[in-house]
Write a protein that binds this ligand. Structure first.
Ligand code: HEC
Length: 166
């Protein structure tokens, strides 16, 4: 397993493990029982479709401060869009892409204190990120790319789709 970012900060005799050596998010094997709260043609990837799922905690929606509670898990099933013989994305009569092969399963999970390990530009509140193959194996991807794209969304708890959970 890839070891990443082990740092111990010692401050006035107080030691804090600022980043875990092992990934904290495990594959949510039961995610198909979560609520499928949105499915869409991906905004930033023109040949993909995504289906978004929220566990019970997240499905209850944001609290008054606009953020989802600790224990929230959001899952994105990322599909390749179907292509024609020329390799172009096919559209349905509705003008939407058509789901092809399941390519990956992207996960965000929020737990108390999980964000403390990260610098400001990578911190997403207490959310962390993981990505898995369709059969649940952890993919070796740079999760800082996830973190840095979602981090600026401070007004929406670092989520693109939070309005759909209200
Ligand atoms: C370049 C920007 C970008 C990067 C990098 C990125 N995302 Fe996202 N993410 C989005 C957008 C935009 C959406 C809205 C749905 C869509 O179009 O895919 C989204 C939606 C999500 C959602 C559903 C919750 C939400 O925010 O609406 C999850 C879960 C998620 N991403 C996980 C990940 C993971 C895991 C990674 C890294 C492997 C990642 N994302 C990398 C832009 C990004």
């Amino acid at each position: 397993m890839k070891r990443s970012l082990i740092a111990i900060a010692t401050l006035a005799g107080f030691s804090t493990l600022v980043a875990a050596a092992e990934p904290r998010i495990s594959f949510p094997a039961d995610y198909k029982s979560f609520k499928n709260y949105l499915s869409l043609d991906r905004v930033g990837n023109d040949d993909q479709v995504i289906r978004l799922f929220a566990n019970d905690v997240a499905s209850a929606g944001p609290s008054k401060d606009g953020s989802l509670p600790n224990g929230s898990i959001l899952v994105g099933e990322v599909y390749k869009a179907k292509l024609n013989d020329k390799g172009e994305v096919i559209k349905s009569d509705l003008g939407r892409r058509i789901r092809g092969k399941l390519a990956a399963i992207a996960v965000m999970e929020k737990r108390q204190g999980w964000g403390e390990a990260f610098s400001e530009d990578l911190r997403n509140g207490d959310w962390d990120f993981a990505i898995f193959s369709p059969d649940g194996k952890r993919l070796n991807k740079d999760l800082n790319s996830c973190r840095s794209c979602h981090a600026p969304l401070k007004d929406t708890d670092h989520l693109f789709s939070i309005d759909h959970l209200k």
